[in-house]
Design a protein around this ligand. Structure first.
Ligand code: SAH
Length: 508
């Protein structure tokens, strides 16, 4: 029995630069073996049950030696496993992918290579530097800067390199003074444009530009560290005109997105497209109720109800999931009148082909009570499928009017595992923006903090160090209730409006 090992290039950091084939292989693998540089987001592309093995490699700190990694891959292949071996950039560009492939080939194990976007090209590109350009150079060399050129036995031919139009160094930050010296000693003009790009293609990208003569000093004073790419050659000067990534409106901003993961993507994608670093901290997730029986029973006898009242979009989704599971569909509601607590809930019904007979104008139980009272609701059988934990005011008031009210739990909300830790880490690293897309995201986020944490957040927002963005007035009021200064609140309550309002905020 022999499995297959896929040596996959994960690209330089921007998750959008993983190839389609890389994503396909990840989605079908049984084991992911990954390095330090690979973007952690990629691990989510693998099936949840796939084993994830970290083999490290950060600077000198090797979690596993190359021999151990080779052996691990050989063992996994022998066990018949389908393995995604995820490596930063391209696996065959200074990635030791060749050695891993040789270890497999020597034992007759099957492997494939899925090339990746190498940082050697992508980091310069995101800094506005084409590695070749007809106006400047006809050739490019990729060189490891890892070798200490002062040590005897350096295999780098500086004489030859000094003749090449563009020279790109990887792993060279520590040795940068030696690298620049060696090139100049070999005859390269000290005035040659040069640049170093750290964390290229990511929102943390940092670029230092200069000349062969002064780059090393500038990099040292800027405190630029690994991982970085150094580009030497006339092309480095094109950055002045072509830098684009660092000019995106939200570039360099760290933005916290508080929605549940499933709902967060539109906001996150919009922010990322404008250069922001997005940190998703889901504040709430939904689970089926502990006891599904009451809902299932109510669904069996739907014809008995005159009214069904929905109090949240999640309630609508949970109801229809159970309805479809029971083998019925929206027609089961044909004899019932439908009420929705607000426009979002009404939109949830519409997505299932149903128009609510009544929608409250406010988003609260009181608004719905008022609207139902206006209908003179009495002597009716009323079903309310809703969250397991919810306020009693709605069912109690309706019952007082002489209606028979049945409340069934359709779902329960739980605090997502790991979110408090994610939040603490994000705050530790420094946040520029927190976005709130519903009142519940405010209260759930605040509930993850202790009193001091809440006060600190309020202080940061008041001093302008932290921008709080709320999707609309109700969410904004909830945030203000916690002492947060809301700096961004768009006119219309949509994700798109929130993103443009943030952009305008930082442009001014
Ligand atoms: N196989 C990888 C290179 C691995 S060697 C590739 O094709 O990109 C590790 C070196 O890659 C780092 O020391 C640094 O020089 C470079 N590197 C990787 N990712 C980078 C990034 N996002 N920005 C700048 N340099 C990066």
């Amino acid at each position: 029995m022999s499995g297959k090992i896929y040596l996959i290039g994960a690209g330089p950091g921007d998750p959008g630069l993983l190839t389609l084939k890389g994503a396909e292989v990840l989605a079908a693998c049984q084991v992911v073996v990954y390095d330090y540089l690979a973007n952690p987001e990629f691990l989510e592309l693998a099936p949840p049950e796939a084993e994830r093995i970290y083999v490290g490699k950060k600077g000198g700190d090797h979690t596993k030696t190359q021999d151990q990694i080779n052996q691990l891959l050989v063992d996994l292949a022998a066990q018949g496993k389908i393995v995604a071996r995820l490596k930063g950039g391209d696996p065959f560009v200074f990635g030791r992918g060749g050695e891993e492939a040789s270890a497999l080939a020597a034992r007759g194990h099957a492997f494939e290579v899925v090339p990746g976007v190498t940082s050697a090209i992508a980091a310069p590109a995101y800094a506005g530097i084409p590695v070749t350009d007809r106006r400047a150079t006809t050739e490019v060399a990729f060189v490891t800067g890892h070798e200490d050129p002062t040590k005897p036995g350096s295999t780098i031919n500086w004489q030859a390199l000094s003749q090449i139009g563009t020279v790109v160094f990887l792993m060279g930050v520590k040795n940068l003074p030696h690298i620049c010296d060696s090139l100049m000693k070999a005859g390269r003009d000290p005035a040659t444009p040069a640049a170093a790009v750290r964390w290229g293609t990511t929102p943390q990208q940092e670029t230092v530009s200069g000349t062969l003569a002064d780059l090393a000093g500038k990099v040292r004073s800027a405190g630029l560290k690994a991982p970085a790419i150094t580009i030497v050659g006339q092309v480095a000067a094109l950055r002045q005109e072509l830098a684009w990534f660092e000019k995106l409106p939200l570039f360099g901003k760290s933005v916290l997105v508080t929605r549940a993961r499933k709902q967060a993507s539109r906001l996150s994608e919009g922010l990322k497209a404008l250069g922001a670093r997005v940190i998703e901290v889901p504040t709430i997730t939904f689970r089926p109720p502990d006891d599904p029986e009451p809902l299932n029973t109510a669904i069996e006898i739907l014809d008995d109800f005159h009214w069904v009242i929905f109090t949240s979009p999640n309630g609508v989704e949970a109801f229809f999931e159970a309805l479809l599971k029971s083998g019925r569909d929206a027609r089961a509601l044909s004899g019932c009148k439908l009420a929705a607590i607000g426009p979002a809930t009404a939109a949830g019904l519409k997505a299932h082909g149903l128009v609510a007979d009544m929608t409250a104008r406010t988003f609260q139980a009181e608004g719905l009570i008022e609207a139902l009272q206006a209908q003179g609701l009495t002597g009716q059988r009323v079903l309310i499928p809703r969250a397991a934990e919810a306020r009693e005011v709605l069912p109690e008031t309706i019952a007082q009017w002489g209606n028979l009210v049945q409340v069934v739990p359709a779902y329960r909300t739980v605090s997502p595992e790991g979110s408090p830790e994610l939040l603490a880490e994000a705050l530790n690293q420094g946040l520029d923006v927190i976005t709130f897309t519903a009142s519940s995201t405010v209260s759930n986020l605040m509930a993850m903090l202790d009193k001091e944490g809440q006060a600190e957040l309020a202080r940061l927002s008041q001093s302008g160090q932290l921008t709080v963005a709320a999707i609309g007035p109700i969410t904004g009021d909830t945030a203000r209730g916690y002492g947060l200064e809301v700096a961004v609140q768009p006119e219309s309550f949509t994700i798109e409006a929130l993103v443009s309002a943030l952009t305008a905020h930082f442009a001014s």
